[in-house]
Design a protein around this ligand. Structure first.
Ligand SMILES: Nc1nc2c(ncn2[C@@H]2O[C@H](COP(=O)(O)OP(=O)(O)O)[C@@H](O)[C@H]2O)c(=O)[nH]1
Ligand SMILES: [Mg+2]
Length: 286
């Protein structure tokens, strides 16, 4: 089985920038992929946020298994964290996220008011690659991405976008994912958070089929006509046969088959699939 380990060159710089930026904000929005909240959460990085409040945004809810998303929301609530589910690319995302941001910052607003202060709170958006950080920023800013201008001394050249009730740093922080748990590392690969160039897609597809066969066999039956779920390779070959991925000479074209399976999952063409359960990963959310 391939061992996934990846740390893009630009990540160290991105981390340093985030460490710097977080000092200037009142809270952090961490964008997770609702299909893989445990893989995308990397709680170790919360050290970086210090005491700043964090809102976990379970994005791409349109692609995820609703019941499991709700279970993750409850699990986050149990730890005392703020969390919300959304589809950043759909109407209504700004309102949904905005309402939770208001709740997260309520105490701060109250404290400020007591002190007779009123300053628009500032937030930054973070997350591992491809979870939808830019889409969240676009949703919250109404796509305008209008910078509200430099505030010398305080923001040192950072651009802020005015949103309803708060301002947003216009550049999201890219967080390196954790590869400690290889099951979760594979989830990152399935959802496209790892550069595909370093991945063996056939092997990945095989693992993917192995993982989802139990819970989501109906989706596999529907899309690929799979009837025999006895082994991942058997399923894989049924995919290739159904899609006509056969090489001259009669061998299956595993390369194309693998890419097709992973792409179908990424685009939601298999159905609403979540790779993890809150119960299995409650420990990681703490
Ligand atoms: N289906 C779906 N796609 C989304 C959603 N949010 C973002 N995307 C897509 O996911 C991809 C990555 O989004 P992007 O905002 O660039 O992610 P970033 O790398 O975290 O900034 C893009 O193709 C988006 O259109 C969502 O809620 N649902
Ligand atoms: Mg982006």
């Amino acid at each position: 089985m391939q061992h996934i380990q990846w740390f893009p060159g630009h990540m160290t710089k991105a981390m340093r920038m985030m460490e710097e930026s977080v000092k200037t904000v009142d809270g952090v929005l961490v964008v997770l992929d609702a299909r893989a909240p445990a893989a995308t959460v990397n709680k170790k990085l919360n050290k970086l946020f210090g005491a700043k409040p964090v809102l976990y945004i379970l994005n791409k809810a349109d692609l995820a298994d609703d019941k499991k998303t709700d279970a993750f929301l409850s699990a986050f609530a149990k730890t005392g964290a703020f969390a919300v589910k959304c589809t950043a690319t759909s109407q209504g995302a700004a309102r949904t996220i905005g309402a939770r941001v208001g709740e997260m910052l309520k105490e701060k607003f109250a404290r400020d008011e007591q002190k007779g202060m009123s300053r628009t709170p500032k937030l930054m958006v973070c997350g591992v690659p491809n979870t939808g950080k830019s889409s969240v920023i676009n949703a919250l800013s109404g796509g305008k991405r209008a910078a509200t201008g430099d505030k010398a001394g305080v923001t040192r050249g950072k651009q802020w976008i005015r949103c309803a009730g708060f301002e947003l740093l216009d550049t999201p922080g890219t967080m390196p994912p954790s590869f400690e748990n290889q099951t979760l590392a594979r989830h990152l690969a399935y959802i496209g958070s790892i550069n595909d160039d370093i991945l063996d897609m056939s092997e990945l597809a095989l693992e993917f089929l192995r993982e989802i066969a139990d819970t989501y066999h109906d989706f596999l039956r529907e899309r690929y006509g799979i009837e025999d779920f006895s082994a991942p390779l058997v399923m894989y070959e049924q995919v290739c046969r159904r899609r006509g991925f056969v090489l001259r000479g009669g061998d299956f074209d595993y390369e194309r088959g693998g890419k097709a399976v992973i792409d179908d999952f990424r685009k939601g063409r298999l159905g609403k699939i979540t790779l993890e359960t809150a119960a299995d990963y409650a420990e990681l959310l703490r």
